[in-house]
Design a protein. Sequence first.
Length: 324
Amino acid sequence: MAAAFLVALYEYSPLFYISVVFVCFLVTSGLVMGWFGWDVPVILRNSEETESNVKVSQKQMRQVKNPFSLEIKNLTTASATSGITLGLDCLEDCHLTCYWDCSVQRLHEALQAHARCLRLKTPQAFEDALCNEYLYRQQYHIKKTEKEEKHCQLPEEAQITDFGPVPRSRYPLVALLTLADEDNREIYDIIAMVSIIHVPDNSYRLSCRMLYQYLLLAQGQFHDLKQLFMSANSNASSLNSPPSGRTIEDDRVLLEDVRLAGDELETPEESSKDCVVCQNRPVNWVLLPCRHTCLCDECVKYFQQCPMCRQFVGESFPLSSQTQ
Ligand SMILES: [Zn+2]
Ligand SMILES: [Zn+2]
């Protein structure tokens, strides 16, 4: 049909035919190059003019200092019978309180109570909120800046080898870190950290892991600490897959691991975390919601999708604002 029309047109006037084809070509080129302002998503344009279209909104972040750091040292060998080794690296003197076999409902009620009025800044306040709904408690004093390892284990006389059938209404282990010094509680925004740890036993052999970490703020909020995903040459723990199904407040704010960000502030040239695109400048931007931290200050302008996982970037924020 179209071919017959074109042939008829050519026979009528070759010159008119050529001009029609040329106009069609110009209109098509215009559409593809975006001369009319319509966005053609398939074509990636790399000019200054389009940079503003690609720009992803920047999430406003507030940097807070986290005095607590807790990690599991014996991930592969930890169990209900042999216990668990926790590595601590805190900025201030702290109390580490471990609650074995702690009620899930009571713990979340305690967190809600913290948000309402009762501030869980001491082990005693936490314990009152738990209403004794745990099996066994251990407390340790942690000296500041000393990297300490504490081995927590249920006493043999408790004769616990199993936390019961799944699904469970109790967490195997809840580790609470609080500031030991009263004055420090006024200085820091973050006054406590609650770590919920799965410890394998006879009926649920899933390997030991950190399920959730909540940071409790002096003003009453509590935030779910999330990991950032960085390239393999950084800390291996950041490559763990994020736990899913978290159920705290909808407006969750992602709190970066401030210690990690702090290191980068001090020694950007020492970090080997190169941008995945230019391989040249240090990584500085966290993309949300995927939390891949893979782009430098320059390259972040050109990406609407994460170069690691192709997920669309809703928001992003810099780890260090010094270079901005
Ligand atoms: Zn780059
Ligand atoms: Zn990603």
